[in-house]
Design a protein around this ligand. Sequence first.
Ligand code: 5AD
Ligand code: SF4
Length: 450
Amino acid sequence: MAIMNIKKFFIQTFGCQMNVYDSERVGYLLEGEGYERAEAPEEADLIFLNTCSVREKPAQKVYSALGRFQGLKERNPRLLIGVGGCVAQQEGEGLLERFSYVDFVLGTKELPRLKGILKDLEGSGKRQTAIGLEGRVDPYALLPSYSPRSKACSFVSIMQGCDNYCTYCVVPFVRGREVSRPSRDILEEIRSLASCGVKEVTLLGQNVNSYGQKPGGEIGFVQLLEAVEAISGIERIRFTTSHPKDLSGDLAGAFGRLSRLCEHIHLPLQSGSDRILRRMNRGYTREEYWEKVQALRRNCPDISITADLMVGFPGEAEEDFAATVKMIERVQFDEFFSFKYSDRPQTRARLFADKVSEDVSQRRLEEIQTLQKKITRQRNKRWEGREVEVLVEGRSKTNAEESAGRTRTRHLVNFSGKYDPDGALVKLKITKALAHSLIGEALPRGETPS
Ligand code: 5AD
Ligand code: SF4
């Protein structure tokens, strides 16, 4: 009989790693409340959509997902539907007005209120909105301390919000002012993750390089990395995202010095034109970006560098775009994510004149993607014949007989041979480089990669 009463939840996550982390925390909280995970939304008593509004496309996806869930609600009136994350923060009450079947809206800093909201909904049935933003210093401190079931890799939030106000970006408006989590809480969470078998942590924040310089943090980012390095059981440390203007020489040096810090950095460039970078309010020039890249490669010759790039920012002329192409050729990124500019609510750039047409943006996007494809292939080639360490993350997506894992440089490697459990650190020789991945073969046990 008790089984009949067990409630199930389904979480759909859009957007960045911060949302993935928040969804994990929500899932963990719900499990603590006696809920079980549903395999599909059709089985759920509670559906939670964790949303992203950074660009127009992901924001639209949220609305089509909501449309799909409407039918479920008609079939199961007991079903609760909640919207969290950046669209929730942005739209607030408006979501309840627009979607009669949405039961609650939970802002980016309101996760700890979920429990109370669910109780109220069960009691009074009254639909709820919680979207407070400022003054909520560290929502994670109010959530149950986090130690998930055993897995190899985990995210850890170290700061929230952003004070940079790049003119195209909605983040400062939906994630609030920059606030660092106390290092004590972060380190405790990582120790707890390590004791559950986690081997790799990715420290998350919109601008991790300024960790500790804003309210909440009491040590700097490099000191935080050093403290994580000292936690036994953690074999790999990653972080994202770095802002180029705040990347210090000290951090570049840490890549050469800290043995657990993986040789990869995501360093969004956005544009290679100084004029556009200024209009974007990015706070660095192409030359300054290039100097940081060189400092990173001096300290850590094998470092892989990835970026975000945007085309079609208002006022981007052909010569600005040509400067971006030149910069891509100069830096030789390992990979990048590229986007067409889209207007976002509240941002300054949405008011800028001289918008670039869709056709021009699309052509520019395709041009840089074609160029990068070639560069990625060449960059991947340098791994052929080399020995690497891979953290196994499961079976290969293309061949069930093979395993897949990532190198410290974050390259995906598929390899055959005896299946190693997830979380195993395996030594491999890279036999072939493909466009988006590498192929490896296992080295005899006991052999150490150079
Ligand atoms: N239009 C297009 N791309 C954007 N990004 C952020 N805001 C916008 C926007 N308005 C991109 C940036 C950022 C990434 C997460 O999304 O490249 O680094
Ligand atoms: Fe947005 Fe700029 Fe902050 Fe990144 S640094 S989150 S792009 S405002």
